[in-house]
Design a protein around this ligand. Structure first.
Ligand code: SIN
Ligand code: CO
Length: 386
C-alpha cells in the first residue's frame, strides 16, 4: 500500500513516523479546500468552537494571543501582515473536512486528535515552537515556508513573558516551501516555524500521544466508577521477617503483581476503547421523533439512501471473544452474529449502502439492527440529512 500514492507504508513507518520530517509533494492532487478564509473567520466567532488569533506585531505585546470566540470588530481591525488565525476540531464541524481524513487511514483512527485549520496573511506565523504530537500539515491554499530543526529536542528553553511557548533559540536545519496540495509531516518534538508567503490556508491533521497522567487518571476514574476497586491486597504467603518494620522486596513484587492484575483483566480493553474514542465535545443528540425502526432504516437504504458517519465521528473496535464497538466514548451493545469483520466495515466505511450490507448475507439483519441503534444515537446519518 502506498501512502498518498508516493511512499510505501513500510518505508514511512520505518524511516519517518516519529523519526524524521517528510515532505510529500502533491499529496492530494487538485485539492480544493472545503472552506475558505471567510468561513474560517466565521467559525472563530462562534461560541463553543475553540479558536485563537496570534498577532505577532500590532497587539498590546508581541505575539499577543486572543482566544475565541472573536468579535467581528477584532477581525476587522487586523493588520495587513504577521498574524495567524486557527480553529480547532474542524473535522467535527464540516463533513467534507472529515472526509479528508480517509487519506490518513494508514494510521490507527484512534490516534487522531483533530483537524486544525489556520489562515495567515503574508508573513503570518505562530512563531518557532515544538509540539508534543505528530502532525501532517496540508497546504490548502497559497504557499508557506517551513523551517525545521534536524532532530527532536527535549531540553529547549522558551522566551519569557509571552502568551505562547516560543523557542528562545531556533537553529533550523531544514527548509521547504509548500504549495497547495503538498503535505509536510512533522514528528513530535521537532522544532518548526512556518511562515506564510502571501495569504495561506493550512490544515493540520494532528495525532496524539496521551500522557501517562491522562491515562492513569482516566483509568482510575473508570475503575472507581465501575466499582472495580473493591478487591483487597492480601498477602497470603508471608514469612517471618528479621525486622517487622521492613517493607520487603518480596512484598513490593507481590503488590506490583496485584496492581498489574488491573490491566490484565478484560475490563482494561473496555476502559481503553471508551477512553480513546471519547470526543472533546459531544455530538448533539438526535431529535426523538427522527428515530427510526430497523424496518424504516432498511426501507430508506433500499430506496438508495446512503448512511455516512457524523462528521469527525470517533469510532473504533477491539477484537475479543465478543468483539467490542466503541463510539464517542460509549461501548455499544453489539447484537450476536456481528463479527469483528462487520465492526471493521462499519467503522472504516465512509458510506454504507444496502449493497455493502447484503455482502454479509447471513448477518444483514443484525447489521441493520446495529445500524439502527447507532443511527438513533446520531452517530450515523443519511447523506441527504447533512
Ligand atoms: C499553523 O498552521 O498555523 C502552524 C501549525 C504549526 O506550526 O503547528
Ligand atoms: Co506546530
Amino acid at each position: 500500500m502506498k501512502i498518498f500514492n508516493q511512499i510505501s507504508a513500510d518505508d514511512f513507518f520505518q524511516n519517518y513516523w516519529h523519526k524524521k520530517p517528510l515532505v510529500i509533494r502533491n499529496a492530494i492532487p487538485n485539492f480544493v479546500s472545503p472552506l475558505d478564509p471567510n468561513e474560517l473567520a466565521g467559525l472563530a466567532c462562534e461560541e463553543e468552537i475553540e479558536s485563537r488569533l496570534i498577532l505577532e506585531m500590532g497587539g498590546k505585546k508581541p505575539w499577543e494571543v486572543t482566544s475565541g470566540p472573536l468579535s467581528e470588530e477584532t477581525l476587522e481591525k487586523l493588520p495587513e501582515t504577521n498574524w495567524s488565525l486557527a480553529v480547532q476540531g474542524v473535522d467535527r464541524l464540516i463533513p467534507d473536512v472529515s472526509k479528508l481524513l480517509t487519506h490518513f487511514r494508514f494510521l490507527p483512527n484512534w490516534l487522531l486528535d483533530d483537524v486544525m485549520v489556520s489562515y495567515a496573511p503574508d508573513k503570518g506565523s505562530v512563531g518557532a515552537h515544538i509540539d508534543n504530537y505528530d502532525v501532517f500539515i496540508l497546504q490548502a491554499q497559497g504557499k508557506r515556508r517551513w523551517l525545521l530543526g534536524g532532530k527532536p529536542e527535549y531540553n529547549e528553553k522558551y522566551q519569557e513573558g509571552l502568551d505562547i511557548r516560543l523557542l528562545e533559540m531556533f537553529e533550523p536545519e531544514l527548509e521547504w516551501e509548500l504549495n497547495s496540495g503538498d503535505i509536510l509531516y512533522i514528528p513530535t518534538r521537532f522544532a518548526h516555524h512556518g511562515i506564510a508567503i502571501g495569504e495561506c490556508l493550512n490544515y493540520s491533521i494532528g495525532f496524539r500521544a496521551p500522557t501517562d497522567s491522562e491515562l492513569i487518571r482516566s483509568f482510575s476514574n473508570w475503575a472507581m466508577e465501575n466499582e472495580k476497586t473493591e478487591n483487597f491486597f492480601s498477602q497470603s504467603n508471608i514469612s517471618l521477617q528479621q525486622s517487622s518494620s521492613e517493607i520487603t522486596q518480596d512484598s513490593i513484587n507481590q503488590l506490583a503483581e496485584h496492581m498489574k492484575s488491573f490491566i490484565d483483566s478484560p475490563d482494561f480493553k473496555q476502559w481503553f476503547g471508551k477512553h480513546i474514542t471519547e470526543p472533546k465535545t459531544f455530538l448533539p443528540p438526535p431529535e426523538e421523533d427522527l428515530c427510526l425502526t430497523t424496518k424504516q432504516l432498511e426501507q430508506k437504504l433500499k430506496l438508495g439512501e446512503v448512511l455516512v458517519p457524523a462528521a469527525g465521528l470517533k469510532c473504533s473496535w477491539i477484537d475479543s471473544e465478543e468483539p467490542m464497538l466503541f463510539i464517542e466514548g460509549e461501548k455499544i451493545e453489539v447484537p450476536t452474529n456481528v463479527s469483528s469483520e462487520i465492526l471493521a466495515f462499519i467503522c472504516d466505511s465512509n458510506e454504507i449502502t444496502i449493497e455493502n450490507i447484503s455482502n454479509f448475507n447471513k448477518s444483514s439483519e443484525n447489521i441493520l439492527q446495529l445500524l439502527t441503534l447507532i443511527y438513533n444515537k446520531g452517530y450515523f446519518v443519511f447523506e441527504e440529512e447533512l
